[in-house]
Design a protein around this ligand. Structure first.
Ligand SMILES: [Zn+2]
Length: 282
């Protein structure tokens, strides 16, 4: 075990790596003033802040599940520059998956919390072919509808070419509400960040871990009012966060963070004033 892996009952959970990238710091912190957030994170010259993409491998009880594939390789020069997309030092999905001892064709399930490009781009390779050709792919039905819509408030965050090859290959399954993918592993559709952003819950032998997607993207977003400007409905995000973050803290769940550049695995804590993140020691 290390700071990038943990055992949850029967399941080994490993934080994989896809590209590092960067997004506008103001957009990442919504109404929080820069004088506050610039103390929490490095800031690039163009006002972006460094972010990771940490897909997760869940392995055990005969399944090998990839949660949230990553950015992927289908980016033009302009976008690579704008988003600071960087695959160096092993920050590449299939490379990190193989380093964890799993070949792409062995993957049984690929779970996609929502369909924004930084979350599902790597489900297809540079040629647009599904990377996990033997896996059931799961996402909420409302996310499939959003990515396929002609007009959407967050059209800039959705690219139909990320999902269409998976649909065409007959690999996509969708759900509404909550679904148990395999015993102990569920997707729970919420709201606020996007149409159907989902948490992914792992429960085994009395232990619980939750993958937070963009409900809590980094360690600096555990404080309840720190809601991203990217969210389509801040009041819904507020409601969701007020329900799930205190519950996770009180019940001692392990927290899996997708965009945190430093520590993808830890736990939430409450210091009497605000919710915080305690990284798992490696
Ligand atoms: Zn994201």
């Amino acid at each position: 075990m290390s700071s990038r892996s943990i055992q949850i009952g029967d399941f080994r959970v490993v934080a994989l790596r896809d590209a590092n990238f960067a997004l506008d710091g103001g957009a990442m912190f919504g109404v929080v003033p820069r004088v506050m957030w610039e103390r929490m994170t490095p800031v690039n010259e163009d006002h972006t802040i460094p972010l990771a993409t940490n897909p997760f491998l869940i392995e055990g009880n005969g399944v090998k599940i990839v949660v949230e594939p990553g950015m992927g390789h289908r980016w033009g020069d302009r976008q690579r520059k704008m988003f600071h997309i960087d695959f160096s030092d092993g920050h590449e999905l299939t490379e990190s998956l193989k380093a964890a001892g799993v070949q792409p064709e062995e993957v049984t399930h690929c779970l996609m919390s929502h369909c924004h490009f930084d979350h599902i781009g790597a489900a297809c390779d540079a040629d647009g072919k599904p990377v996990f050709g033997n896996a059931e792919h799961w996402t909420p039905e409302v996310e499939k509808q959003a990515i396929m819509a002609d007009a959407h408030l967050r059209k800039a965050s959705y690219r139909i070419e990320d999902l269409q090859p998976i649909v065409d290959a007959g690999l996509l399954k969708t759900f509404e509400g909550e679904t148990e993918i395999v015993p102990g592993i569920s997707m729970i559709q919420l709201k606020g960040h996007s149409e159907g952003v989902s948490l992914i819950k792992i429960e085994s032998q009395g232990q619980v871990a939750v993958y937070w997607a963009d409900v809590v993207p980094t360690r600096n977003h555990v404080h309840l009012p720190f809601i991203m400007a990217y969210d389509i409905n801040a009041e819904d995000s507020w409601e969701v966060r007020n329900e799930w973050i205190p519950r996770s803290t009180n019940e001692g769940w392990v927290a899996l963070l997708y965009h945190d550049p430093i520590a993808p695995i830890g736990k939430f804590a409450f210091d009497g004033k605000r919710y915080t993140f305690e990284a798992r020691e490696g």
